[in-house]
Design a protein. Structure first.
Length: 201
């Protein structure tokens, strides 16, 4: 009798422990998923904060006849041969546009003096920055506007930083033409930054 009671108690304990572990795993998955989703995009308030804190940025001109993808204006194209990336740059950065392609996050007009900042998810597809971590100093990036004019940029810096660090958005680049590519690291804990500039022969 005592043995059966002990087995019964042991079975209840196993069931309780199993259910507890399952509950904890479900809660952790829910929390991590929500945290990942909320941190993965560059939120609108981040953009507003950047606009307020970084001085000297140009607004960039808007054209009525720009080509579109699902309602989002296309500013041009970005090509990174070293990772086989060839995708459109959309004008607006928000949760919906970031699902379509990479987007202009900050700065002036495409291929003009200053620091043109481009943001994108790190999704593994041919429209996003999923392989951006493979880019190295010395790699070439081609930016083309809607008129077919393109400039070659050479990567000069690759680093990771805090999501709160806005230094990469600075516009005072001493008259040079630069781009900054921004995406999340795994689990969106940090931002991966790739900086490149036009180098004239």
């Amino acid at each position: 009798m005592k043995y059966r009671y002990f087995v019964f108690r042991l079975s209840k304990l196993k069931i309780f422990c199993t259910l507890s572990i399952i509950t904890i795993i479900i809660c952790l998955c829910f929390y991590c998923n929500n945290s990942f989703k909320s941190d993965l995009i560059f939120r609108i308030d981040d953009v507003i904060t950047a606009n307020n804190l970084v001085e000297g940025a140009n607004e960039g001109s808007l054209k009525e006849d720009e080509p579109k993808i699902n309602g989002f204006n296309i500013l041009g194209k970005i090509q990174i041969p070293s990772i086989n990336l060839d995708t459109y740059i959309l004008e607006k950065t928000d949760e919906n546009s970031l699902k379509e392609s990479v987007t202009k996050f900050y700065g002036g007009d495409i291929n003009t003096q200053g620091n043109f900042c481009i943001a994108g998810h790190n999704f593994k597809n041919d429209k996003m920055f999923g392989d951006l971590y493979k880019v190295k100093v010395g790699d070439k990036i081609v930016i083309q506007d809607n008129y077919g004019r393109s400039l070659d940029y050479i990567v000069y810096d690759v680093y990771k930083t805090s999501p709160k660090d806005l230094e990469c958005l600075k516009q005072d680049e001493e008259g040079s033409i630069q781009i900054t590519l921004i995406t999340c690291t795994t689990a969106a804990l940090k931002r991966l930054i790739v900086k490149a500039k036009v180098i004239y022969d």
